[in-house]
Write a protein that binds this ligand. Sequence first.
Ligand code: MN
Length: 287
Amino acid sequence: MARFSWLMPPPVSRRPTGTAGGPAIQPQRHHRTIFISDVHLGTRGCKADFLADFLAKNACDTLYLVGDIVDGWQLKRRWFWPEAHNRVVHQILHKVDSGTRVIFVPGNHDEFLRPFCGRDYAGIEVVREAIHKTADGKRLLVLHGDQFDGVINFAKWLAHLGSWAYDKALAANEMLHSIRRALGLPYWSLSNYLKHAVKDAVDYVCRFEDVVAHAAESRGLDGVICGHIHQARIRTIGNVLYLNDGDWVESCTALVEDARGTLEIVHWAAPLSTPAYTVGQAAALPA
Ligand SMILES: [Mn+2]
């Protein structure tokens, strides 16, 4: 029973107004559409507090869940479901109850939902992909993005390697070097290895963006909205728009559309007590 506790709405009244998660909070901003992906509920990395706060303070007509919302891979290995993860589920269900159309496009980590595409679950439409029409008439393909992994010949884990890891590795490199020297092993540069790994990761991201944009273009669409690589981004590739809504593990980003059809990336990693948020394009990739 405990395993399915996330399906039950958590008690609402216990959470005082002003903290994250409770629907008592009045949304501060209304969007035409919100897109989020790569939440990875069920993992320690998931920034569920930030997301519950974001969902409580941002209302919308349509909410797209663009895959990897629940991390089925991780949950199969070990059950991990703290209260904050329940609050995210509750906020999503609260949106359904408030009249928001919620569309779930499963990703690879929640592929267990793909057999249910075409069905409604708790008022949430589960679909394999969607075509979103913006307020100004653009037709955008919405899909998670893992469908293109096979096309891109780079190790996909590299795309998730942050530059912070690289900085830490540089420091570790010296220590590793002295240990290897003490053991009489030849010099091997961890930092050099990682430098190539980071370069490959950047190549991977660029390739991914190209391939996904091309898929939208070849179908005669105006652009694509995806997730999967945890890199929020708005850019034009060829004749189409490439939009990635980022993730809630590292960057805490969402893609939002206003009533005129303008799309922008919202960063929501400010302290929960701070109502401010920042809007803008994702930071450029390292050269
Ligand atoms: Mn994914």
